[in-house]
Design a protein around this ligand. Structure first.
Ligand code: PHE
Length: 380
């Protein structure tokens, strides 16, 4: 600011010359008009209307003018500042309105869009089917029993009347597990037997009889292993459900009634079952359980024009093996066969899933593709 000076001529003060004031005013108005958004306008405001703006500096010079010159210079600067202030206010309102309109468009929420774009998964049908079978039996008072998948040979074979020289022992395509001593299938010093991946769920029968109080009613679901190649009808890892009842006075009629009830519950009323003689070392007598095809109900056998894919027009579907528990198995578990008798049934879940739901390729069940599992729904 210049010092007060009596002989001071306002015309000589550069900042207060009318052209300078007009120029500052025009520049300010042009900058206000050019401000494209509120941030730019804030900068324009500080540059052209702030404390260090040309018009504010000019305003400060007025104090140094002689009294007669103050009025005119004050009016000129005041009008210029007023015009700039007004333009700023108008532009501010305009830009705020534009911003509000833009926000309304850009941040609009479309309430009709799907709220969740992550596709829902599904439980594997093998799990649901296996649980459904468990439900049939737990409703009859059975307990669910489980055992290890890496199993001692004694449980998987010996205790089930499949001694070391039994021909049926080699019929089961067994995966042997290297014993801690390093020999393949070598003797485990504690149990006196080697270690295998269990080839069936029957070792859980033995474990249940050894661990539980009699009578025993258990249903044993689980994964089992055999040295099969993976193809449309075989997989080296599959699932079985095993049923075991040991009580006083159980007969083949109890087995038959129990299985009939299971077939009714899983496949519907009015489907006949039959037992075909068979052989398993751990049951005596042994049988295969068949049920009448739940799709064609046996009609396709006499009706060549209407073949049935589910039973290959055989009329019957094989469900699994069963029989009365061999007294030798009971004895191996410390159960007196003179007092107790029992029945057992075992079957594969993959096979049941195949004919129950027309799954044609077993590989679909193990590949883990959600497109396979999802159509089975979310049955819990
Ligand atoms: N464990 C037999 C198998 O895997 C099935 C079975 C179980 C047969 C119980 C009879 C009784 O093939």
């Amino acid at each position: 600011m210049s010092a007060p000076n009596k002989s001071y001529d306002p015309v000589e003060v550069e900042a207060l010359k009318p052209e300078e004031i007009d120029r500052a005013r025009e520049q300010a108005l042009a900058a206000v008009a050019a401000a494209g958004d509120l941030d730019e306008l804030r900068e324009v405001k500080s540059a052209h209307a702030g404390d260090r703006s040309p018009l504010a500096l000019a305003n400060r010079e007025i104090g140094a003018l002689p009294p007669h010159a103050k009025a005119e210079a004050g009016k000129r600067v005041g009008q210029a500042r007023g015009a700039v202030g007004k333009a700023l206010k108008i532009r501010q309102e305009e830009l705020e309105r534009e911003r509000d309109e833009r926000v309304l468009v850009e941040e609009a929420v479309d309430v009709t869009l799907p709220y969740d774009r992550t596709p829902a998964g599904a439980r594997h049908p093998l799990t649901t089917l296996s649980e459904r079978i468990e439900d049939v039996f737990t409703a009859m008072g059975y307990e669910v029993a489980e055992g290890p998948e890496v199993e001692a040979e004694w449980f998987n074979f010996d205790a089930l009347n499949l001694g070391p020289d039994h021909p049926a022992r080699t019929m089961q395509d067994t995966f042997f597990v290297e014993s801690p001593a390093g020999e393949q299938g070598g003797a485990d010093p504690e149990s006196g037997s080697g270690v295998v991946l269990r080839t069936h769920t029957s070792p859980v029968q033995i474990r249940s009889l050894l661990e539980r109080e009699l009578p025993v009613y258990v249903i044993c679901p689980g994964r089992v292993y055999r040295t099969d190649e993976l193809d449309a009808t075989h997989t080296p890892v599959f699932s079985q459900v095993e049923l075991l009842a040991v009580d006083e006075g159980l007969t083949m009629a109890d087995l038959r009634g129990t299985l009939d009830h299971m077939v009714r519950t899983l496949f519907g009323e009015g489907l006949a079952t039959r037992l075909r003689p068979s052989y398993f070392p751990f049951t005596e007598p042994s049988a295969e359980l068949d049920m009448v095809c739940f799709v064609c109900r046996g009609d396709s056998v006499h009706n060549p024009e209407r073949p049935c894919r589910t039973c290959s027009s055989e009329g019957w579907i094989e469900l699994g093996g069963c029989g009365m528990v061999n007294p030798r198995v009971l004895r191996a578990c410390g159960v007196d066969p003179e007092r107790y008798s029992g029945f057992a049934f075992g079957f594969g879940i993959e096979r049941m899933l195949m004919f129950r739901h027309s799954v044609e390729d077993m590989r679909d069940m193990v590949e883990g593709d959600a497109r396979f599992t999802r159509p089975f729904g979310m049955e819990i």
